[in-house]
Design a protein around this ligand. Structure first.
Ligand code: RIB
Ligand code: CA
Length: 314
């Protein structure tokens, strides 16, 4: 089986880290690079979280730095979502500081270089604010024809988690999301409609306690941090980002609908809102496949299996 080439663009955070582990041990894909963006926590943490994680897992994959703030959005210097992910972004997990170097190329350039290399087969898993992708698109007009598919965690057909109408990844950089959504690249949106139902439970962590690998230890530790977080009234162990990966390699756990989607880049109360035209009222052609239903037990089982693969060294 030919493994599908992916780049993961992320604001590593706790759920990003679990998605990265799942991707690295998913037999269907080969992760060509991991690129960081400011998001859950400032870029100085998201970038080092990626480098430290890849080194701890013993994977020889380029890790590139990316945008340290959004194109225009409400940049927040310290701890955008540190209340959810902890001050460094990985909860109370302390990984050894990596000895390896970051990639020489910055994220937007590495994305373009690898898109050219893969001759149109490259897919992007975008699980943080879309700043790097937008910059790459604004720098290279031929990029849309070189990206096979974008699978992104962001937005919502209903609701929000930063404001009542906006989801975090889109809210941090709505202008970037607008650039990406109008690019014409085929894409799948995995928003809060489904990720707020993608919660791991204690039984899942119990099953992973026996996976004595770096991947098993990282995921178990992060899940325990999330369970504790939940007990203190914060977010549950929601696998926002791993579900975006599942949409690419395990789509049977989701039901999607093609819709026209765009982002509100103005508005006092609606800034960062993803407008999802489910009623086909705009007359505009659908540009996104939007995930609207999830089989949560099926998804949880799949994610546990991905982590267990680390013991088989896929
Ligand atoms: O709204 C959830 C998203 O914001 C996830 O990607 C999480 O990691 C944060 O980036
Ligand atoms: Ca994320």
């Amino acid at each position: 089986m030919t493994k599908r080439p992916f780049i993961i663009d992320c604001d590593t955070g706790t759920d990003d880290a679990i998605a990265i582990v799942a991707a690295l041990y998913c037999p269907e894909i080969r992760v060509k690079a991991i690129t960081s963006v400011n998001g859950n926590v400032p870029h100085k943490y998201t970038s080092w979280n990626n480098l430290n994680l890849v080194e701890y897992l013993g994977k020889d994959i380029p890790v590139a730095k990316g945008a340290v703030k959004p194109i225009i959005g409400p940049f927040v210097e310290e701890g955008n979502a540190s209340g959810v992910h902890g001050s460094t972004g990985l909860g109370d997990l302390e990984l050894p500081v990596a000895k390896r170097e970051f990639a020489k190329r910055i994220a937007s350039e590495l994305i373009y270089e690898m898109a050219v290399e893969e001759k149109g087969e490259l897919e992007l898993l975008v699980i943080g604010p879309m700043t790097n992708i937008a910059i790459a698109l604004l720098q290279h007009e031929d990029l849309p024809g070189l990206i096979k598919h974008i699978w992104f965690m962001g937005g919502a057909a209903r609701g929000g988690n930063v404001t009542p109408t906006a989801e975090f990844n889109i809210w941090v950089d709505p202008e970037a999301a607008h650039v990406v959504l109008r690019s014409g690249i085929p894409m799948t949106m995995v928003g809060l409609d489904v990720t707020e139902k993608a919660a791991m439970i204690e039984e899942d962590a119990a099953e992973l306690h026996n996976v004595d690998t770096p991947a098993g230890r990282v995921v178990t530790h992060l899940l325990e941090f999330m369970f504790h977080r939940r007990k203190t009234g914060s977010e549950a162990a929601l696998m926002h980002d791993a579900l975006a990966l599942a949409s690419a390699v395990f789509p049977q756990c989701l039901k999607c609908e093609d819709c026209f989607v765009d982002v509100e880049c103005r508005g006092t109360y609606s800034y960062g809102h993803t407008f999802v035209d489910r009623r086909k009222q705009t007359g505009k052609a659908p540009n996104v496949s939007v995930a609207l239903e999830i089989d949560t037990p099926m998804f949880r089982k799949w994610l546990v299996e991905m982590v267990k693969n680390s013991a088989k060294e896929v």
